[in-house]
Design a protein around this ligand. Structure first.
Ligand code: ZN
Length: 187
């Protein structure tokens, strides 16, 4: 199957600030070890627009309501992309949205609105403070929602399948080194 190549990759928020849980942090909530955080959390106001980081295809879009006792994803959307320089397939994950505008199999353009950050402490965002959880996944696609944390004994994912989102985006848009005439040479 042909996957959509994205020539550029941008941040999903107009002001992308990781002021919540950073990538790779070992986190404890209510005395429970949640494990290693697989994305970056940006605390921001409910209603903040969330944009597609690149061109791609929606592979997951669903509502996972949470409760006070058991927080969850709220609305979550996952987009498959193909990296321009490496031809590698990867996924961007946007969670705790109030609404998703996109459905599975929708094609999206870079910067296209996907939804907005959900109202804090409600089931629409899975019972968390209002924030975006944003992640970059490079592992095999299982046609299912992905976890936000890696726990000891976690079978569904591996920490090495996840990249630090901020670093990934910054590296993605660096000018190519091998360019002579503006075109990347094939190896
Ligand atoms: Zn998170």
């Amino acid at each position: 199957m042909a996957h959509l190549i994205t020539p550029r990759f941008i941040f999903p928020l107009k002001d992308y600030i990781v002021n919540g849980v950073p990538f790779g942090k070992r986190s404890v909530y209510d005395g429970v070890l949640w494990g290693i955080h697989l994305g970056e959390d940006c605390l921001t106001s409910a209603g903040t627009d969330v944009f597609s980081c690149g061109r791609g295809t929606v592979v997951y879009s669903a509502f996972h309501p949470g409760t006070k006792e058991k927080p969850n994803w709220g609305h979550i959307i996952i987009i498959r992309h193909k990296q321009a320089s490496t031809r590698r397939v990867f996924y961007s994950v946007y969670a705790h949205l109030g609404t998703c505008f996109k459905r599975i199999n929708d094609k999206v353009a870079i910067g296209e609105p996907l939804g907005f950050v959900g109202e804090g402490e409600t089931s629409e965002n899975g019972f968390w403070p209002a924030h975006l959880h944003f992640a970059i996944y490079t592992g095999p696609w299982q046609n299912d929602v992905l976890p936000g944390f890696w726990k000891e004994g976690e079978k569904r994912t591996r920490p090495e399948w996840w990249e630090c989102p901020s670093e990934f985006i910054e590296k993605y848009n660096l000018p190519k080194q091998k360019s002579v005439d503006g075109e990347a040479s094939l190896e």
